[in-house]
Write a protein that binds this ligand. Structure first.
Ligand code: ADP
Length: 463
C-alpha cells in the first residue's frame, strides 16, 4: 500500500512554506515560496496563489499520498468575507496592524481588562474597526451591499436579527486558507489558538458571554475546533484541481508561533521553547494558566496543558545592528562563557520593553562598548540571556509550572557559546530543537487529525 503522508502549510510574514511528513515524522518534502513584491496590494490574492503553487510544486507521488493537511497563519491576521464563497469584502488586517485608540477603548469596555483581546493588534479590535466603520474600516459595507449581504452595524441590532440575508463573516488567515481547500464557509471554522485574540475561551470551549451578547456576535466564526481536530474532507473541485486525494482531511490549524513551538516536539509541563530569532520569545508548558495583558503574557490551550508565552523586544535584531551573520560565526570561537564580561547590557533595538518588564520608555543599555568585538558580542549575548532568564522567572512568579528544560529555535540556536552562556544563567539543560519550522508543527497537527479520524473507520470495519 502507498505510504500515508501529512501536509503542513505555514503562512508567515514574508512567505509560505510546506512540509510533508510520514508516520515517523520524517520530512519527505519541504518547499518554500516568498510572496510577490507587490503582495501588499492584494494580500488575500497573494496567499491564495502561493497556496496552490506550493501544493502544485509537490512531487505528484507525494501529493497523491497526502492523508491530511493543517495550516498555521500569523496570529491575529483577519479577513471579513462573504460567507457563501469566502470572497474578502475588504483587505485583510495584518497581525501587526494596531487599531485606533477609540477602538481599544471599545474593546476594553466589553472584554475583561487583562484579556489579550484588548491589545491594539488583537483580532477583536480588528473586528471592531470593521464594525464601527472607523478609519479604513468602513469600505466593506459598499462591497457587501453589492453582493446582497446583510449590512449589520452599530444601532442596527433588531434589523440584523430579523434579516434573512447572509451575514458577513470574520475569519483568520489560517481559517480562510483552510476553507479554500474544504470549501465550507457558512458557519465559519476556526481553532482555539487563532480564536484566542478574538476573545474565545479555550477553557470553557466557547465564546464567553461578554462576547456572545455583542450585536456583532453573528459575524464570529461559529465552529471553533481543537488544533489538529479533523474538520472535513477536500472540496471535490479542489481535489480535482490540485491532485490531492478527494478523501484528504483538512484539520484544525493554529498560529505561526504555536506551530513553531509544536515543531520542537516538547510535551511535558516545565519544558519550554525559546525562540532566538529577530525577537526573543519564550513559551513554557504549564499545568496552570497565566494571563497578564500588561506584560503581553497569555496562555493557549494545548490538549490538557497550557502554553504560556511572552515576548521581549530584545533579540537577534539587535545583533544584526552590529554584526553580519558571518561576523557572528567568526567571532563566536573567541567567546568564553565561563568568564562573564560583567557588562550588564540590556540590548534593545529601540527604547521600550514589554516583557519581562513592562516599560514603554525603557532605554537600551549597550555601552560602554569594549574595543574587542568578541567581548562586545559576548556582552550582548549575556544581556539577551539575562532577559531570557528574567522572562522565565517572571512566568514562575506569575504562577506557571517551574522550568525544567529549554529547547531553542531560531537563528541563535546554532551558537554553542551562546547556549553555554544561557545554560549557566537559566540553570536547566538547554538544547537546540531538531525541528524549528512552523510548517513542521502544522504537519504534526495534520498527522494528529488523521490519526484521530482513523480509529472510527477501524471500528466500523471490525463491527
Ligand atoms: P526571524 O525569522 O525571526 O527573522 P531567524 O530565526 O532567522 O529570525 O534568526 C535570525 C537572527 O539570528 C538574526 O537576528 C541573527 O542576528 C541571529 N543569528 C544568526 N546567526 C547567529 C549566530 N551564529 N549566533 C547568534 N545569533 C545568530
Amino acid at each position: 500500500a502507498p505510504q500515508s503522508l501529512y501536509l503542513g502549510l505555514d503562512f508567515g510574514t514574508s512567505g509560505a512554506r510546506a512540509a510533508v511528513i510520514d508516520d515517523d515524522g520524517r520530512v519527505v518534502q519541504d518547499v518554500k515560496m516568498t510572496y510577490e513584491d507587490n503582495a501588499a496590494a492584494d494580500w488575500a490574492g497573494a496567499w491564495k496563489r502561493v497556496l496552490f503553487e506550493l501544493i502544485g510544486s509537490l512531487d505528484p507521488a507525494v501529493r497523491s499520498s497526502i492523508k491530511s493537511v493543517a495550516f498555521d497563519g500569523t496570529s491575529a491576521t483577519a479577513l471579513l468575507v462573504d460567507p457563501r464563497d469566502g470572497t474578502p469584502l475588504a483587505p485583510p488586517k495584518l497581525y501587526n496592524e494596531a487599531q485606533a485608540k477609540d477602538i481599544i477603548v471599545a474593546a476594553k469596555a466589553i472584554a475583561p481588562t487583562t484579556h489579550t483581546a484588548t491589545a491594539a493588534t488583537s483580532t477583536l479590535c480588528k473586528l471592531l474597526t470593521w464594525w464601527y466603520g472607523t478609519g479604513d474600516g468602513g469600505n466593506w459595507r459598499q462591497v457587501a451591499s453589492k453582493r446582497g449581504l446583510a449590512l449589520p452595524g452599530p444601532g442596527s441590532g433588531a434589523t440584523v436579527a430579523a434579516t434573512a440575508l447572509p451575514q458577513p463573516l470574520l475569519l483568520h488567515q489560517a481559517d480562510w486558507l483552510a476553507a479554500l481547500l474544504h470549501g465550507v464557509y457558512d458557519s465559519g471554522v476556526t481553532d482555539w489558538n487563532n480564536a484566542l485574540k478574538l476573545g474565545y475561551d479555550p477553557e470553557l470551549e466557547s465564546y464567553p458571554s461578554w462576547l456572545m451578547e455583542q450585536p456583532f456576535a453573528p459575524l464570529l466564526p461559529a465552529r471553533v475546533v481543537a488544533p489538529g481536530a479533523p474538520v472535513t474532507t477536500l472540496e471535490r473541485r479542489v481535489a480535482g484541481e490540485t491532485g490531492l486525494p478527494p478523501d484528504c482531511l483538512v484539520c484544525g490549524g493554529t498560529t505561526d508561533s504555536i506551530a513553531a513551538f509544536m515543531a520542537a516536539g516538547v510535551t511535558e509541563a516545565g519544558q519550554a521553547v525559546t525562540s532566538l530569532g529577530s525577537t526573543l520569545a519564550v513559551k513554557l508548558l504549564s499545568t496552570t494558566r497565566v494571563d497578564d495583558a500588561a506584560y503581553g503574557v497569555y496562555s493557549h490551550r494545548l490538549g490538557d496543558v497550557w502554553l504560556v508565552g511572552g515576548a521581549s523586544n530584545s533579540g537577534g535584531a539587535v545583533l544584526r545592528r552590529f554584526f553580519t551573520d558571518q561576523q557572528l560565526r567568526d567571532l563566536t570561537p573567541r567567546l568564553d562563557p565561563d568568564r562573564p564580561t560583567g557588562l550588564n547590557y540590556y540590548p534593545l533595538p529601540c527604547p521600550g520593553e514589554r516583557f519581562p518588564v513592562a516599560d514603554p520608555d525603557l532605554q537600551p543599555r549597550m555601552v560602554p562598548r569594549p574595543d574587542d568585538d568578541a567581548e562586545f558580542l559576548q556582552g550582548l549575548l549575556e544581556g539577551i540571556s539575562q532577559i531570557e532568564a528574567a522572562a522565565y522567572s517572571r512566568l514562575a512568579a506569575m504562577g506557571a509550572s517551574p522550568l525544567k528544560e529549554v529547547v531553542t529555535a531560531g537563528g541563535g540556536a546554532v551558537n554553542p557559546k551562546w547556549t553555554a552562556i544561557r545554560h549557566r544563567l537559566l540553570g536547566v539543560p538547554v538544547r537546540a530543537a531538531e525541528q524549528g519550522e512552523a510548517c513542521y508543527g502544522a504537519a504534526l497537527l495534520a498527522r494528529q487529525g488523521a490519526r484521530q479520524a482513523a480509529p472510527k473507520t477501524g471500528l466500523t470495519a471490525s463491527a
